[in-house]
Design a protein around this ligand. Structure first.
Ligand SMILES: *[C@@H]1O[C@H](CO)[C@@H](O)[C@H](O)[C@H]1NC(C)=O
Length: 241
């Protein structure tokens, strides 16, 4: 449909449809300078503003990151104290002799240990840790949890957190029971794994960063005879106790 101004400009009744390819030569600007142009200008303005604000936010974030140089929070298992570890065959009637051929169908495991974690904040800013529950496992079977409450840690500080894990006559079944009785009686070494994620947020000027996951994955060996930890390894670096 031709507008009145187009018809005037072309001077005759044919209008633009007969010269579609020549149209760009007549004007270059859209035929109407009314509300659509100002709307477009407004749109452009808002678009530029949004881009400017985005760049500004990015610049501010960059300056803050460069000033703070955030480092990943460190959360490690520092010490394990054993109050007791008891491995009991299913019933007292069954011979406790390690050379017994009959495979036990179950074994009871009781555990009372204290875990000491160290949280190190080497940052210039505070860290907020969420509450977490780390799994204590034997052969991949979760026996219990080590609960660590959430807390806020100021800049440049180290904090010790103590938590206790109590397992009361956990019924370890089948092949795991066999292994457990053998580990305890013959090898005098029961291996546990302590694993889980701790969620931390870095606090900058009242804002908190997105969640940073700190993984805890430790293997500990407990000697039932000595009632103590004989080996502890977290992550990749091993440490004999
Ligand atoms: C675990 O050991 C601690 C320290 O010896 C003791 O106070 C606590 O009562 C024990 N807990 C259980 C359930 O045996």
């Amino acid at each position: 449909m031709t507008t009145g101004s187009d018809a005037d400009r072309y001077g005759h009744g044919h209008g633009p449809p007969s010269y579609p390819q020549r149209r760009p030569h007549y004007g270059g600007a859209p035929p109407s300078y009314g509300s659509s142009a100002s709307f477009r200008g407004c749109c452009c303005c808002i678009f530029m503003l949004v881009i400017f604000l985005a760049l500004l936010a990015l610049a501010v974030a960059l300056v803050v990151v460069l000033a703070v140089k955030p480092r990943k929070p460190q959360f490690d298992l520092n010490q394990v104290a054993v109050q007791y570890l008891l491995v009991a065959p299913p019933s007292p009637a069954v011979s406790a002799s390690p050379t017994v051929a009959a495979a036990p169908a179950a074994a009871y495991l009781s555990l009372n240990i204290t875990l000491l974690f160290t949280a190190v904040n080497a940052n210039k800013v505070g860290i907020r840790y969420g509450a977490t529950a780390l799994d204590v496992m034997y052969h991949g079977v979760p026996l219990g949890v080590a609960a660590v409450p959430g807390f806020e840690q100021p800049a440049h500080s180290t904090r010790l957190l103590q938590t206790r894990v109590i397992v009361d006559r956990f019924n370890v079944l089948q092949s795991d029971a066999q292994d457990l009785i053998r580990d305890a009686a013959l090898n005098d070494r029961v291996e546990f794994r302590i694993t889980g994620d701790v969620a931390a947020k870095i606090l900058v000027l009242g804002f908190s960063s997105p969640k940073v996951q700190v993984s805890v994955d430790c293997a500990i060996d407990i000697s039932p005879k000595r009632q103590s930890v004989t080996y502890k390894q977290c992550g990749v670096d091993g440490l004999s106790v």
